[in-house]
Design a protein around this ligand. Structure first.
Ligand code: SF4
Ligand code: SF4
Length: 385
């Protein structure tokens, strides 16, 4: 039986496995079978976004055709960076409602905050009043945000509004990256439930582990897939309401539902937890910079998000170059390595004794070549980021 977690804000019982719909617009009949199967087997949270091409439309058609709307909580996201005037809130929200063929969004998120100034900007455009009106009129049940910046920015945004929930990237590798475990702990203190995205770090923790990490998990007891270990690490923890998985095959859905029906909070033993520390150390051996994301070097007077830049530089050790560069251009934004003025202030605070200036130069060389400039120019022009 699926395990549900209670939302402390509104009493909703949310399945600890959520269906990430970002890649839904493939074979629609197959997608409908998968979504219906997941819902019939207890998944009651579907996540999409205004900007995922076609995703809201397909999710809406499937829920309508299969008569499943009232069995799930729909989460979708407003691209706040496209809001230029107050009327844009209504325009984009109504489009989401139409595409999803519904009259309410259960969990509505400001999509992809990276710094508090982004919240301040839309707050000044009336985001709080607009949200309160939608809530009063029953069109939004809970309001939150998804986050992709540094740890301090996360806490600043978390504390700047009366949020019902938030969503962060979190997995056993990223304990200190972005919001990280300190952000999760702060959200818990504030009683704000946290949804988790990227539980497998874009699949890397399932299918791109270095050989030594694979050996470690292959010899671990009990026998579990790499993905199962990574998911169990999350479900072992409190403060997490649900974990999003972008499931795109029936086998994956069945497997994730099985694990989500077994993995209780606090179930991992000390021996098992030690395996995650060992795996993290092995994976980190391949990194370009031994940055733990502790944030002690921050803030930088030139505005560089040092741990975020190093996270992307380290991503190069695993992943494909072009997507990493695109992600870096979008998410590091104006807090990029190239902004470093080489003052040296940060280096005295780094417990890893990283030559931060030198490593930022390497990061710049690796990530700020083509297509960095055109992507940044497009982001500035079309999204004001
Ligand atoms: S050396 Fe560069 S990154 Fe470090 S504080 Fe100075 S400007 Fe910021
Ligand atoms: S202080 Fe060092 S280890 Fe910590 S985030 Fe900064 S660069 Fe990384």
């Amino acid at each position: 039986m699926m395990i549900y977690r209670e939302n402390p804000k509104n009493g909703d019982k949310i399945s600890q496995l959520a269906f990430g719909c970002m890649r839904l617009p493939r074979d629609e009949a197959e997608a409908a079978r998968e979504v219906a199967f997941a819902i019939e087997n207890g998944v009651n949270y579907l996540d999409t976004a205004y900007i995922y091409p076609g995703s809201e439309n397909v999710a809406g058609r499937i829920l309508k055709k299969e008569g499943l709307r009232d069995k799930v909580n729909i989460a979708t996201k407003l691209p706040h960076y496209l809001v230029r005037k107050p009327a844009d809130f209504d325009k984009m929200f109504n489009t989401s409602l139409e595409r999803l063929q519904t009259d309410r969004i259960d969990y509505y998120l400001q999509h992809m905050f990276t710094k508090p100034e982004e919240w301040t900007r839309i707050k000044e455009l009336g985001a709080v009043e607009w949200t309160e009106r939608q809530k009063r009129e029953g069109r939004i049940r809970s309001i939150g945000f998804s986050f992709h910046g540094g740890a301090q920015s996360f806490v600043d945004i978390l504390e700047a509004n009366d949020w019902d929930f938030c969503m962060i990237q979190y997995n056993y590798l990223d304990v200190n990256a972005q919001a990280g475990q300190s952000g999760l702990a702060r959200a818990r203190e504030l009683g704000i439930p946290v949804m988790i995205m990227e539980p497998l770090r874009g699949g890397k923790l399932a299918n791109a582990l270095p050989p030594k990490a694979r050996e470690l998990w292959d010899s671990a007891q009990p026998k579990r897939s790499y993905a199962e270990w990574a998911l169990r690490w999350l479900w072992n923890q409190e403060g997490i309401l649900t974990v999003l998985s972008g499931m795109n095959s029936m086998d994956m859905i069945k497997e994730n539902i099985r694990v989500a029906s077994e993995a209780e909070t606090g179930a991992l033993t000390k021996t098992e937890l030690a395996l995650f520390d060992a795996a993290r150390d092995i994976i980190a051996e391949k990194f370009n910079v031994p940055c733990t994301g502790c944030n002690y070097c921050m803030p930088c007077p030139s505005g560089v998000d040092i741990p975020l830049c190093f996270m992307f530089y380290n991503d190069l050790a695993y992943g494909k170059r072009l997507p990493t560069m695109m992600n870096y251009a979008m998410r590091a934004g104006e807090k990029n390595a190239g902004k470093c003025a080489s003052c040296g202030k940060c280096e005295a605070h780094c417990p890893q004794s990283i030559a931060i200036r030198e490593k930022l130069l390497e990061t710049k060389a690796a990530l700020e070549g083509f297509p960095y400039r055109p992507v940044r120019a497009a982001m500035r022009r079309f999204a004001g980021m």
